[in-house]
Design a protein around this ligand. Structure first.
Ligand code: PLP
Ligand code: COI
Length: 357
């Protein structure tokens, strides 16, 4: 892929690592972005790295009306020797194409786009923070920009990648979060778009999230959309339980996002020869495990959230306080291993690291 590069004439001052640790997630952006266009009959073309700035869209651009829009999230890290690396970008690109397929968006060339993202990150090297718990969050997205009001797939698209230096997703860092089990609203059903990383999934979850926040909870835990019985995932992360000595997570069923951190946790736990079970788990089974003292740890896993211990789960009138509201041993061990691999302080046994420079 040929990439035209236009450097900004007005570089910004990047916030210090200390400032980044205190800025809410995803509020500041680097100097440049990657873009390319798609037109039916022409394919993806006009790849460019240009100064970060507003997009120009027709008010009738169909993504603004019907939400034909998908996104990804991955991170780049600065290592102790000054290298810059990304974590499992191949997985994000593969998932992006799955989302594209579901949302009638043309496929991207996974390898070429990965190289383009690496090029952008290399140009923005100075924007990669190095303090513990910081990283450069990479947000690729594709929007449908053909101008029309009929309901049919767009014939033109815009692919954009923006970069944001970030600290922890939750204010308290590794402090366990409180999660509200949603019993009223539904996020996804089988046959819907739950497995795709499309904008509408998140728009539909905002009301539930806002109501949970009003009650003092950080995010909601979704149950299946049909019976409201089986556990699915949290707003921005997949969920794991340690029941007795087994790590349990809901199986991928078409309505859950196939998280890359989830996949990594499963592979790490397997490499430790610890029992792991991907299965359907009902909220009633979870409460039974809690009441019999078998529910030892609960944590979420996601790119933004990394490994986030969950200290409290509220379902109807039942409040489950997990591990005395403290981070569990397995959650901590997973956090250390995964962040260690990401920042290259631990051996990359699985071949997950993509070197940018
Ligand atoms: N589930 C949802 C709904 C998410 O938004 C995310 C975040 O991307 C995840 C799970 C975790 O996925 P990943 O580990 O690939 O970031
Ligand atoms: C991520 O973890 O990358 C996400 O997309 C979660 C959130 C910021 C929407």
């Amino acid at each position: 892929m040929e990439i035209r590069i236009e450097k900004t004439q007005h570089p910004k001052k990047r916030p210090s690592d200390d400032e980044i640790l205190n800025i809410p997630f995803g509020k500041v952006f680097s100097d440049h972005m990657f873009m390319m266009d798609y037109k039916e009959g022409k394919g993806w073309h006009n790849a460019r790295i240009v100064p970060y700035g507003p997009l120009s869209l027709e008010p009738s651009a169909c993504c603004l009306h019907y939400g034909q829009l998908i996104f990804e999230g991955l991170k780049a890290y600065k290592t102790a020797d000054g290298s810059i690396v990304m974590f499992r970008p191949d997985q994000n690109m593969a998932r992006m194409n799955n989302s594209c397929d579901r949302m009638c968006i043309p496929q991207i060339d996974e390898k070429e786009v990965t190289k383009a993202i690496a090029k952008l990150v290399e140009i923005e090297e100075a924007w990669v923070p190095s303090a513990p718990s910081t990283s450069l969050y990479i947000r690729p997205f594709i929007l449908a920009d053909e101008a029309f009001l009929g309901i049919h797939p767009s014939g033109s698209f815009l692919f954009v990648v923006i970069l944001s230096p970030v600290g922890p997703y939750y204010k308290g860092g590794l402090e366990p979060v409180k999660i509200y089990v949603e019993t009223n609203y539904a996020r996804a059903v089988k046959g819907g778009t739950g497995f795709a990383k499309c904008a509408g999934n998140y728009a539909g979850s905002l009301k539930s999230q806002a109501e949970a926040e009003e009650k003092g909870y950080s995010q909601v835990l979704w149950l299946d959309g049909t019976e409201r019985k089986y556990i699915e995932e949290v707003g921005a992360m997949n969920v794991f339980f340690v029941i007795d000595d087994t790590v349990v997570t809901p199986e991928l069923n078409g309505s859950i996002l196939s998280g890359i951190t989830r996949k990594s946790v499963i592979e790490v736990v397997k490499s430790w020869n610890m029992p792991i079970s991907e299965r359907r788990i009902s909220i009633d089974d979870l409460i039974c495990a809690y009441e019999s003292g078998k529910l030892r740890e609960v944590f979420g896993a996601g790119t933004a959230a990394v490994i986030s211990p969950i200290g409290e789960l509220k379902y109807k009138d039942t409040v489950m306080s997990i591990n005395g509201g403290k981070i569990g041993q397995i959650s901590q061990r997973l956090y250390d291993e995964i962040t260690g691999i990401q920042t290259c302080t631990r051996e990359d046994k699985f071949g997950w690291i993509y070197k940018v420079k």
